[in-house]
Write a protein that binds this ligand. Structure first.
Ligand SMILES: Nc1ncnc2c1ncn2[C@@H]1O[C@H](COP(=O)(O)OP(=O)(O)OP(=O)(O)O)[C@@H](O)[C@H]1O
Ligand SMILES: [Mg+2]
Length: 455
């Protein structure tokens, strides 16, 4: 061990815990120190200059946890920017959530699992390292992620840095921005790449089927269970589970999911022996989870459990420069698929595409390219070929008052809402924002006008 070896400070009033953590860290090649009394924390930080701090939230002298939060604040003053992992009892997870809001980087519930503890430490230290020092161990995945936009590149770079760890990842982005593509890329560049990648659409699973879908059941476990069924967690064993549309998961299922992710075990219905979860968790949603937390439709503790790493994919309108690149990429793809060898994307088409608005993002662009290739006889694809296949209705959302002449106020309202729903693919938060009304006002109007929508 030399001076470059990361140094970790353990703050816990239980000597046994300090000793076992120190042993664990030493075995993994880290330096560490420990303090048991809050009043020694300051001196230890100034002397050791830790790269990371493990902080117990449940000091026995003061069980409300205020001491832990106070220490967290003290650390942030004494060693600003030093990452802190909180250790907490399951019963006081709420405390950890509070700590996360105050800037802690992760939390572990007691009794923790050594492997997970080390994963979290390693991931966080890796993210702290200056870019120049990072090992570039990531090989190109099967999936190609096209784009040169700096925000996107930063997201991809972070994804590469953490792909080799087992850290849980939350991918945010509007519909069609490539969340699933990114999730797969992370899996196929991880150490679990030989294992399965299992996607679960949480928006499509009803509360009553949740357990059976995710954990599986044995024949006869309930009426209708006529055969054994393998759950998604079992299928994802040794690989990655991709919890897609997690923002659409109803609250009763959220608490069940939290429990599995927290305790890392689950039970197959009809068989009470617990099984260990051995899969990396990647979640994705186009919903605004932070707003949902405020509205009490998404559990805050679950949010903090799934987003050790948060990756945000920018919408296409924020990276118009990538549109021609993506379009050219799709032309190449379809050229092969449809055996049109001489297809060519003209400069005029590139320039025109760059200026269009694609509320459905990359998916919409891809569909437009495919449609245009299928219907145009010419090999040279020009702007006008695309123009005649482009659906301008969707783009009119920026000017919702267009073509509403002769409509009553109520009809106009209906038209505007339907258009906005189409343009934002039914994303209630976005539609409400675009129309300048609250979500509940929007729900009322959807009902009034009998507008149906799918998530
Ligand atoms: N960077 C990229 N380069 C090339 N193709 C991409 C890229 N990102 C996405 N795509 C393509 O765009 C389409 C949409 O991607 P994907 O399904 O991953 O989006 P999503 O964010 O999961 O959308 P949704 O929220 O609607 O589920 C797919 O056809 C995918 O292959
Ligand atoms: Mg998706």
């Amino acid at each position: 061990m030399n001076a470059d070896t990361p140094n970790i400070l353990i703050i816990d009033d239980d000597l046994a815990i300090c000793t076992s953590l120190k042993l664990l860290l030493k075995k993994e090649g880290y330096r560490s120190g420990a303090v048991q009394r809050p009043k020694d924390v300051e001196a230890a930080i100034l002397k050791n200059k830790p790269d990371l701090i493990l902080l117990d939230m449940n000091f026995t002298i003061e069980t409300s946890g205020r001491m832990g939060l106070q220490l967290l604040q003290q650390i942030q003053v004494l060693a600003p920017g030093t990452p802190v992992i909180l250790i907490t009892a399951w019963a006081t997870v709420q405390l950890a959530v509070e700590g996360m809001k105050k800037g802690a980087r992760d939390f572990m519930a007691k009794p923790w699992n050594n492997k997970e503890m080390i994963q979290s430490v390693r991931t966080i230290l890796e993210l702290e390292r200056p870019v120049a020092q990072q090992k570039n161990t990531v090989t190109e995945g099967d999936q190609q992620i096209i784009g040169q936009d700096p925000t996107l590149l930063q997201t991809i770079q972070t994804a590469q840095r953490i792909s080799s760890t087992d850290a849980s990842v939350l991918i945010l982005g509007e519909s069609g921005t490539g969340k699933e593509v990114l999730a797969e890329a992370i899996h196929y560049t991880s150490q679990r790449k030989q294992g399965p990648f299992v996607r679960v659409n949480l928006g499509g699973i009803s509360t009553s089927l949740f357990d059976s879908e995710l954990f599986g059941h044995q024949k006869g476990a309930f009426t209708g269970a006529i055969a054994d069924r393998e759950g998604r967690f079992t299928r994802a064993n040794g690989g990655t589970i991709f919890l897609d549309e997690i923002g659409d998961l109803p609250l009763p299922s959220q608490v069940k999911l939290l429990r599995v992710l927290q305790e890392k075990t689950y039970e197959v219905l009809g068989n009470s022996s617990p099984r260990r979860v051995d899969c990396r968790v990647i979640s994705a949603t186009n919903k605004d989870l932070e707003t949902m937390i405020q509205e009490a439709t998404f559990r805050e503790d679950l949010y903090y459990r799934i987003n050790l790493i948060k990756l945000v994919l920018p919408p296409l309108r924020e990276r118009p420069g990538d549109i021609p690149l993506l379009a050219a990429h799709f032309v190449q793809t379809f050229k092969q698929a449809y055996q049109k060898d001489d297809l060519y994307l003209s400069e005029s088409a590139r320039a025109w595409l760059r200026q269009q608005y694609f509320p459905g993002n990359i998916r919409e662009l891809r569909n437009l390219v495919e449609r245009t290739i299928l219907v145009s006889a010419s090999a040279q694809l020009e702007a006008h070929h695309f123009e005649s296949n482009y659906n301008p209705n969707q783009a009119n959302i920026t000017n919702p008052l267009m073509n509403t002449e002769g409509l009553s106020l109520s009809e106009m309202e209906r038209v505007m809402i339907s258009r906005a729903m189409g343009a934002y693919a039914g994303n209630i938060t976005k539609v409400a924002q675009a129309l300048g009304i609250t979500r509940s006002a929007l729900y009322r109007r959807l009902q009034k006008h009998n507008i149906h929508y799918e998530h």
